[in-house]
Every structure is written in structure tokens, then in C-alpha cells.
Design a protein around this ligand. Structure first.
Ligand SMILES: [Zn+2]
Length: 298
């Protein structure tokens, strides 16, 4: 009861804010445009795949970009052959999510550096996509490719509006909202779930899309974990195994609290969620704008 009351107050203040301040120039009559960056050709899928599927199902345009080609992510394969395999897996995953594009850049896996050249690759893609929302990892992570993906995307916030930077691609007139995807790292500061999205309605779609990354879900990642022997060979059985690995875990308390802020009492029934933190360097959205960018809470 108390949670429902808080929810009503939040909704009322959001409505009041919309009356008092002119709505941002976010066009409501065109589909939203979302671009998600990951270091490897399965990272976007894991961190934002459910939310991407929800956006796509509503007709919004979602693009995934892997900054490396994944050519180091296997225990017995590598190089160009692995990159080719992983590009095909990413395309199939994108098709299963229902998103518009999945681009895999040809930077080497395990060797990504936060160079000006990579930053410009990112700036050009954010501009070309005319992005309203940009999602990337935070720059604190166990994997250097993940860290540097976070840094180059963060470094692109604001630069996407500067005409003299990467002048071959027209600048955006408005800085997008930049968001960090969820992680569990604590230093130097823990992730803050500003937005949490219930993905129960698309969790099977997400698992089906992750299932397309055969080289990762059923070969490389279990090998790293020392659990390769536990992966079934039969496709249906291994998808069931993946479901056990990737769903059904209790949600962290802070994500549950964020769900309550956005969904009110309905948050209690949510089993699967993805969460995002607003980056200070992009446009700072009001609650009303976040509700337009995440049209899932009503
Ligand atoms: Zn990765």
C-alpha cells in the first residue's frame, strides 16, 4: 500500500513537471533510436537484450555494436575464423531479438585501447544512428575491453555534438541520454540503478537470442568456468541448461527498489530485469523524459 502511494506521488510530480517545463524536443511521433555498445559480440545481448527486445517490439529502432570482433574468445579456435563465426552468431542473435542492426567492428578482441581512432568509430555510429539513447558498460570492469568500451563511449558523450570532431559525419544537434548497463563491481563506486526494466515478457526471447552465441554460451564461457562437461549436447537440452544459468536468480535489492520506483506495486511480481544508470556526461533526462524513453512502465 505504501509503495503504491509513493508511486502515485512520483507520477503526480512527473505530470506537474511536464506542465511547468516545455517537453524536450524528443520527437514522440517518430520511433526512438537506441544504440548499445559492447566490447564483444555477445555483450550488448547480455546487458540490454531484454530491454532491446521490448523497444523493438514497440517499433523503436535498436542497434547493437560490438567494438571488437571477438577473435580471442575461445579455448580452441581463434583469429579470422572465430571472428567470422562470431559475426554470424551476432547476426542471428540480432534477428532473434528483433532489433534493426547488429554491427561487429573489426578491432581485435583482447586488444581494445581507448584511442582517438576507436572514439571516432563510436562518435560516427552514434551520429549516424541519430541516437536518442546510448548504452554502454561502465569503465570499471574486470575485462580491459569492457573498461575501454566504457571509456570511449563515455568520451563520446558531448563530442557527438561538436561539428569539428569527426567532421565527415554530421554532428547531432542534441546530446543523447547516455546510460551505463548493470554490473556488480563495487570500486570506485557501485552501479546505481536509475532505471530498471522488467523483462519477464521477453526473457524467453532473450535466452533464445543468447542461444545463438553457441561459441560463447556453450563452449568458451563454460570452459572458462570449468563447467564445460555439464553442457548438454542436444540443442533443446542445452537451451534448458542456459535458462538455468541465465534466469531465475533473485534480483539484487537495489534493482528491486528501482523497479518499485518505476512500476509501483507491480514490481513485486517481477522476476527478471535489466537496469541502467544515467551517465552524467550525456543529456540529463527528467523523470518525464525517462518515461518517454522507456515506454514500458504504464
Ligand atoms: Zn565481453
Amino acid at each position: 500500500m505504501q509503495r503504491a502511494s509513493i508511486h502515485r506521488v512520483v507520477l503526480a510530480s512527473a505530470a506537474l513537471g511536464a506542465l511547468l517545463t516545455p517537453a524536450p524536443a524528443l520527437a514522440q511521433d517518430r520511433p526512438l533510436r537506441i544504440i548499445v555498445f559492447g566490447a564483444h559480440p555477445d555483450d550488448c545481448d547480455q546487458h540490454a537484450g531484454g530491454t532491446a527486445a521490448l523497444w523493438a517490439a514497440k517499433g523503436h529502432a535498436v542497434k547493437f555494436v560490438a567494438l571488437t570482433n571477438g577473435d580471442a574468445g575461445h579455448q580452441s579456435e581463434g583469429g579470422g575464423a572465430l571472428a567470422t563465426r562470431r559475426r554470424a552468431e551476432a547476426q542471428e542473435a540480432g534477428r532473434r531479438f528483433g532489433i534493426a542492426e547488429y554491427e561487429v567492428l573489426d578491432n581485435h578482441d583482447g586488444e581494445l585501447e581507448p584511442t582517438l581512432a576507436v572514439r571516432q568509430q563510436v562518435i560516427r555510429r552514434i551520429r549516424s544512428w541519430q541516437a536518442d539513447v546510448v548504452i554502454a558498460p561502465r569503465p570499471n570492469d574486470y575485462h580491459p575491453d569492457h573498461r575501454y568500451t566504457g571509456i570511449v563511449v563515455q568520451d563520446s558523450a558531448y563530442m557527438v555534438v561538436v561539428p569539428n570532431v569527426a567532421p565527415d559525419t554530421p554532428p547531432l544537434r542534441k546530446n543523447p541520454v547516455f546510460l551505463y548497463a548493470y554490473d556488480h563491481f563495487q570500486r570506485p563506486n557501485p552501479f546505481r540503478p536509475d532505471v530498471a526494466v522488467a523483462i519477464d515478457s521477453v526473457i524467453e526471447r532473450k535466452l533464445h537470442a543468447l542461444d545463438a552465441h553457441v561459441s560463447q554460451m556453450y563452449e568458451w564461457l563454460p570452459w572458462v568456468d570449468g563447467t564445460l562437461d555439464s553442457v548438454p549436447k542436444d540443442p533443446a537440452a542445452r537451451l534448458a541448461w542456459l535458462r538455468g544459468q541465465r534466469s531465475g536468480r533473485p534480483l539484487p535489492d537495489d534493482v528491486r527498489a528501482a523497479l518499485r520506483r518505476w512500476y509501483g506495486a507491480r514490481a513485486e511480481g517481477v522476476k527478471e530485469a535489466e537496469a541502467f544508470e544515467v551517465c552524467e556526461y550525456g543529456r540529463r533526462p527528467s523523470e518525464a523524459e525517462l518515461r518517454r524513453l522507456f515506454p514500458f512502465f504504464d
